[in-house]
Design a protein around this ligand. Sequence first.
Ligand SMILES: *Cc1c(COP(=O)(O)O)cnc(C)c1O
Length: 369
Amino acid sequence: MNGCDTTFCGLAPPYVRAIAPYQPGKPISELARELGLSEADIVKLASNENPLGPSPRALAAAQDALHDMALYPDGAGFALKAKLSAKLGVAADQIVLGNGSNDVLDMTARAFLLQGTSAVYAQHAFAVYRIATQTVGAQGIVVAAKDYGHNLNAMRAAIRDDTRVLWIANPNNPTGTFLPWTEIEAFLETVPQQVLVVLDEAYGEYLPQAECCNTAAWLSRFPNLLISRTFSKAYGLAGLRVGYGLGSTEVIGLLNRVRHPFNVNAPALAAAEAALDDTEFLARSYALNTAGMAQLLAGLAELGIETVPSKGNFLLAKVGGATRVNTELLKRGVIVRPVANYGLPEFLRVSVGLAGQNARFLDVLKACL
Ligand SMILES: *Cc1c(COP(=O)(O)O)cnc(C)c1O
């Protein structure tokens, strides 16, 4: 394995050595250094971040919280949980806070999986499901995708006696595929009780009103359901790292046992609280995404490039030799995300940006084809 030829490295468990690390989007600063460009000349549409930045109210709250940075944050996140509880209609002890929702996913793996157990996820699903599963030595069962998305019937059929977790993202990343909530609900009714279904709703805020569903209301019916959500996307707080999980009191109690104390920092807690109140910002983010998605779809269609229908703040564009096209885009200061590591070598994933950023991407792409 990579860098694992020393004796010491060889002592790490084989399942850890076998992990293919998460590949983040290339930082703007890194490409600027490589190209000798100023950071302002680079467009990054690679990590599904909110192109509006954070809500001004969240920014002010985080700045305020910095004055107390000598103190530990509230390890129980009382105020943020109280706010979420009131908004979502779930008890505070049904909420766990995470250092980003990735933290919630990782806690889930550590609380429920170990060697000798397995977890089910879809081909082209979010890489963290694979990584969290492998980290604790459990076996990942990968289920072939259907139209790039989750094939729920096949996922149910893949459940074994030793399966403890089933990961679903709706919409999914990096494909943007979405299943109607009625299908997810029907699926939950048929999943065996010993399997925890993790429903990752990182992009839920980008769904049109008509396609939203109050999935938190399902928790009373499905004790084996865990919902994860994040402030990283529509709320524009990716850099602060804050997300949360919703589940039964029992499931959340287990996650709290493996949660690192003080896992969410004070500015993040304060910003998340303020962001929840800033409904105007959320509406603006949604509207910008709708317009930007339409702009990208129209521009790509004009270039004769196929796309996968997406309900997120990003889309897959079928550019053919994506490695080559990506290299050309980078040379011209445009960062998007190659997804060959997701089994999608012909695609690039493009996040929806500001109108000018989308236009720049389309222009540069045209020159690269
Ligand atoms: C971006 C994303 C997350 C959020 O990660 P954070 O740790 O909350 O920043 C979770 N799940 C999926 C599918 C994502 O794309």
